[in-house]
Design a protein around this ligand. Structure first.
Ligand code: WT7
Length: 651
């Protein structure tokens, strides 16, 4: 096995032979071909879709940086994700395999999605939803969530999915911000073994809205939690029963028409509303699902992201269903409960492609190898990671203990704004470098630049920019053009020369081979005195210490000249002075003596957003003794109080 995956001295790894045998994309010249034919190369992505009317122009740049893709073309996203598979003779293939927190299992074929999707579409219309209206969906991981999203797409309404864990206030903000006319929610759901009253939260939000919004309620908890329907509230099941059999032909949308709105996760600032366009978004997600995740019709795939975030939109719903895959959905968290749950799910469903976050992998690593080892994970063919930098040690653990050294890992860099993956290795073509996300995908061009926008040579860290447009890019909606310009386009573009560069907000470094290593969010950089240190670099240094699984460091003390480290230790690792000393030494050695940590604080967990990113703002608040109160943006809000206590004791 090991000779299939030779490791060269620089830590590069070739795609494993076992994977190459059946890989979809193996053409080593694909990047050159895309460059040669740019922008017409993007026709290859559009060719993966079913169009009602062909587009006339691949890319229109008259109104740059508000580029328009596949202009003149018409299509429907639901038709592409459902109807075309039914028509292609795959109607009885399973599209969704859902597992509830209580061990319930439900499967939906493409035929089921077609039937129920039309019923929901008819019901939404009956409630007054018209083309271009916005429907807010406030649902946890239940099959009704993707079904409702696709029902919206079918009738040309935009969905606005709000993460189910958010508070009523956050729901109100997002409903008002999108001018939503209908709400879809549920009675409740299970998380960490307890039932959450979702409808109670939705009802609280409804009372703050100016008008009585028609609300559809999915019955998740059943008779023991009897749904109490108030005025203008409807039971999802009753509506589906009433409208089943109704034919609702997909509404033909212009490629440039919006498909949905979504809010960013707000790691470093206020969550902002984003809009994606039908044609470019679907082309980008479908093409990357095929080329990066290697998914073909009938493959079984599991992405652990919550559908409420862009990862779930692009790589639980649109990309995989457009490809005709079988998608696994799991209710509740994978973190606190049964340590075998993830591996059981993979084994039971025969998952072939598995996509998750570095944070979850670090948790698995902390728990120990005995859990994955106790399961037959041989169905897995490809692994993916997203959301934050994965340090080489975590990468190795994932490669060895989950992939058995036979599965490539795609470390995919992208953002809510980019819609689909932009930087990643092609698993059947490129060598992998643990810790680096990889080169830009075919057709994508990135540059690391200094503060004046000058491109930096390999090895010099700077700002990560994207220097050519891409199909699944953010589009303006209503009155947000000015804001988008200011936020993403102005900083590094030359307007007079009509040269546009998208600023990602990340810092990165590129190597001689064009591989990009993401250092972290620009706003998250640790400024120690006058030196800027990347959060990823610090984390990688600290987690290289045996027994340390997660770490984050922030500046504090007089004039922010001292470094404070927060770390979590492996299960059997004593959190003692010896470990503290090892951490101090490794930072001094790898980063510099000036950075030798003033204190090392052990914590059971780091404060994390719902998308698995360390929230540095919270740690800074702890060190400055002004704890932030932003609990709705955190996955684990209780840790803030705990950390404050530990911090005070550490003085
Ligand atoms: C930010 C975007 C898009 C899916 C995740 C959530 C960071 C994303 C990687 C990666 C290092 C990464 C960046 C980016 N990020 N993928 N593979 N390696 N960092 O999307 O909430 O919009 O966050 O996540 O900082 O800007 P998001």
């Amino acid at each position: 096995m090991a000779e299939d995956v030779p490791t060269d001295p620089a830590g590069k790894r070739r795609p494993p032979q076992a994977f190459l045998r059946d890989a979809t994309v193996t053409d080593p010249d694909l990047r050159e071909q895309f460059d040669r034919e740019w922008p017409d190369c993007w026709a290859e992505t559009a060719d993966l879709l079913e169009w009602d009317e062909p587009y006339e122009t691949v890319l229109e740049d008259d109104d740059a940086p508000f580029y328009r893709w596949f202009v003149g073309g018409r299509l429907n996203a639901a038709e592409n994700c459902v109807d075309r598979h039914v028509d292609a003779g795959r109607k009885n293939q399973v599209a969704l395999r859902w597992e509830g927190k209580r061990g319930e299992r439900r499967s939906y074929t493409y035929h089921d999605l077609h039937r129920e999707g039309q019923a929901v579409a008819a019901a939404l219309r009956d409630l007054g939803v018209e083309e271009d209206d916005v429907v807010t969906i406030y649902l946890p991981t239940v099959p009704e969530l993707p079904i409702t999203m696709l029902a919206c797409a079918r009738i040309g309404a935009l969905h606005n999915v709000v993460f189910a864990g958010f508070s009523p206030d956050a729901l109100v903000d997002r409903m008002e911000g999108t001018n939503s006319s209908v709400l879809v929610t549920c009675d409740g759901y299970f998380r960490e073994g307890t039932a959450i009253g979702q409808k109670r939260k939705a009802d609280a939000a409804r009372t703050s809205l100016s008008e009585s919004i028609p609300t559809v309620v999915v019955d998740r908890l059943g008779a023991s939690h009897e749904t109490q329907l108030g005025e203008n509230q409807y039971d999802y099941g009753t509506l589906v029963e009433r409208f089943t059999g109704r034919e609702v032909p997909p509404v033909s949308r212009a490629a440039t028409d919006p498909l949905f709105q979504i809010h960013t996760s707000g790691t470093t600032g206020k969550p902002e509303r984003m809009t994606h366009a039908t044609g470019g978004y679907l082309a980008g997600t479908t093409w990357t699902t095929r080329s990066v995740f290697d998914l073909s019709p009938g493959d079984t795939y599991w992405c652990t992201a919550d559908i409420g975030w862009i990862t779930g939109h692009s790589y639980v719903v649109y990309g995989p269903l457009s490809r005709g895959a079988t998608v696994v959905l799991a209710e509740g968290t994978l973190r606190y409960a049964d340590r075998n749950r993830t591996w059981n799910l993979i084994e039971r469903n025969g998952v072939e492609v598995f996509y998750t976050t570095p944070g979850l992998i670090r948790t698995f690593r902390k728990w120990g190898t005995e859990y994955p080892e106790a399961h037959d994970l041989s169905s897995i063919r490809l692994l993916g990671t997203v959301g934050e930098p994965i340090g080489p040690d975590t990468w190795d653990w994932y490669y060895e203990h989950v992939g058995d050294e036979e599965c490539p890992i795609v470390d995919t860099w992208w953002q809510t704004e980019t819609g689909s993956v932009l930087l990643s290795t092609l698993p059947g073509v490129d060598e992998m470098k643990p810790g680096a996300v990889g080169p830009p995908l075919p057709g994508i061009e990135a540059a690391v630049v200094d503060e004046h926008g000058r491109e930096l040579p390999p090895g010099e860290p700077g700002y990560l920019t994207i220097t050519r447009p891409w199909p699944s890019m953010l589009v303006p909606h209503d009155d947000d053009r000015y804001w988008l310009l200011a936020e993403y386009w102005e900083e590094f573009s030359d307007r007079r020369a009509d040269t546009w560069r998208y600023f990602t907000g990340d810092r990165a470094v590129v190597d001689e081979d064009g591989y990009v290593t993401v250092i972290g969010r620009d706003d998250d950089v640790v400024t120690l005195g006058n030196r800027r240190l990347g959060t990823a670099e610090l984390e990688a240094a600290i987690t290289a210490v045996d027994g340390v699984t997660e770490a984050a460091a922030v500046a504090g003390g007089t004039d922010d000249t001292e470094l404070y480290v927060f770390a979590t230790a492996e299960r059997d690792q004593p959190e003692d002075d010896e470990l503290r000393a090892a951490i101090r030494d490794v930072v001094a050695e790898r980063v510099g003596e000036f950075a030798r940590p003033a204190a090392v604080v052990f914590t059971p967990e780091l404060p994390e957003t719902h998308t698995g990113k360390t929230m540095y703002r919270v740690l800074e608040g702890i060190v400055d003794e002004e704890p932030l109160e932003e609990s709705t943006l955190l996955r684990n809000p209780a840790i803030v109080g705990e950390l404050s206590t530990v911090w005070e004791r550490s003085d």
